[in-house]
Design a protein around this ligand. Sequence first.
Ligand SMILES: [Zn+2]
Length: 140
Amino acid sequence: MTVFDDAIPAVADLDPDLLKALRRAATDVADDGVEFYVNSGRRAPEYQNQLLREAVSKYGSEVEAARWIATAATSPHVSGDAVDLGHSDATTWLSEHGAEFGLCPIHKNEPWHYELRPEAIDHGCPRMYADPTQDPRMQQ
Ligand SMILES: [Zn+2]
């Protein structure tokens, strides 16, 4: 799916300001032949919990899984404030130009995961966390 797929809840239910920024950036980059694909957008809490269970069995422990998948209570995907984007040409372009639109990568181990940081337009993106376990929002 793309950031323009209004019929798909994972896209349509994103935070409106995040969606607006994504569409502005996607429109800007389209001239260069780059398209943003949304691999994961807004997630229902049940789906987030399912992903977490799958991650625990994949990585072998809850501690290791937490480096990749947040709980439904803490995930910015559940609140509609995050997108996982592809392909690599899109994330490469965003890593250079995303701040101009307030779009920032948050965790070093997830270069595809973007959130809206409006202050980045003037000040650049904030320093990235190594992984979600370092992110204060993920502590509960
Ligand atoms: Zn993500």
